[in-house]
Design a protein around this ligand. Sequence first.
Ligand code: NAD
Length: 502
Amino acid sequence: MTVAVPAPGTFRSWQDAAVALRFPRDAFIDGRSVPSLDGTRRSTVNPATGAVLTEVAECGERDVDLAVQAARRAFADGRWTRRSPRERQAVLVRLADLVLEHADELALLDTLDAGKLIADTTAFDVPGTAAILRWYAELIDKLPDEIAPTAEGELALVRREPLGVVAAVVPWNYPLEMAMWKLAPALVTGNSVVLKPAEESPLSAMRLAELASEAGLPDGVLNVVPGAGPVAGRALGVHPDVDVVTFTGSTPVGALFLRYAGESNLKQVWLECGGKSANLVFADTADLDAAADGVIAGIFTNQGQVCSANSRLLVERSIADALIERVAARASAIVVGDPLDPATTMGPLVSSRHASRVRSYIETGRREASLLLGGGPVPGATSDAFVAPTIFTDVPPAAVIAKEEIFGPVLAVMPFDTEDEAIALANDSVYGLAASIWSDRLSRVHRVAPRLRAGTVSVNTVDAIDVGVPFGGFGQSGFGRDLSVHALDKFTALKTTWIKHQ
Ligand code: NAD
């Protein structure tokens, strides 16, 4: 189904399209949309209004087991995995096309379900999802395997083989795109997948499964089980017939998956977890306006609900006032409002519950540092999921708001005097997902970047990301890498076939 959008780009047209939207309601198991076995459903809510969008099937352990069995059957009989790379490519390219054909519908689902700006879901999330899928699909027939050097009369073939049943457990901040980070490399290499979306944002994943079927993905190869983390998520984590879990979410839940694996079948576990990324601005930055733009994008994009959000601003003391003045001016100009309005630049957080958690960090921050901007209620807010862009200055390095992942629009500013101090502050975190450096001195950039403990260091920009480069962290940000050719390592094992032919 496509959604008719009368005049794309206007608030009114998106509101009309939202009213006409069909919401998927069921799990997707073995090629069919099905309710949960016991009929339980969970309301999924639009955080911008508090209104219930629909009642989604709530999968329990038995539903998860059915999905894993379907995935196992599909893998075992080779209906997907034994197809040639080019045949798999054709199906997945078709799916990428379908994602784009249904772009408005998928963008609306994520906007309504998770409060994400329609300006972002249409410009980034949906096209990005299709682009990631297309990139992996187009890659897969261009990766030869290896022949190892051996003595004459012997031939050692080293091949990449799919692992089997992949469980993908994903968060709500980029519902469709996070799912595709996992699905694309897992499916293209021939695995079967059971995907568990977050409780807050199941709709786009459920719709994606229907589109995958339409694209020709065989039954059982992609299953979607909406449900509670501690129930459906746990059931995947402890299932004896799941070969690998790929998880994106919080660090404490990531730790649980390691435990689940140890208690069950030693399945492989790949974790992409939280972050508290530092943005280092040195006094030799020529363009402070560009740096200020970067600071704003780094912390306020997606309402600050970004794993790699640059939530700590470390600024050299001599330029601190000049930079903070620019940042504050830009933050004051952020338009907080209805995410369906393309003119809005900040929407609600994913839920009232999450917003109240973020507000409690703001209360802690008031006791720890100086509140420069925000912190209070959003005038005219249509629900209690809205949090104003908030900036704290003079944040002590040991403060809670400097240490813990808030996952909201809250920036902690800390001054530094020397390069070594900046590096020490940046690395003073249990996380290590990303960092940014602003400097116009090449020698400084090359000195500082290798010393930052972060999976991605962006220089004179923030959050540099592309399907062609690996994304992932050090420390408690997790391990393994999403995106790029390296993500294929998570979903394949190397197999040697040694042939003695003399
Ligand atoms: P979360 O850990 O609460 O939930 C993530 C997923 O795990 C959801 O599907 C949830 O249902 C499931 N889950 C929750 N409890 C579970 C349990 N006991 N057993 C099994 N599964 C369980 O995270 P969230 O609140 O959805 O997302 C925010 C977090 O995700 C932040 O910490 C953020 O940094 C992180 N994140 C990381 C990346 C990355 O690439 N490193 C990207 C996006 C988000």
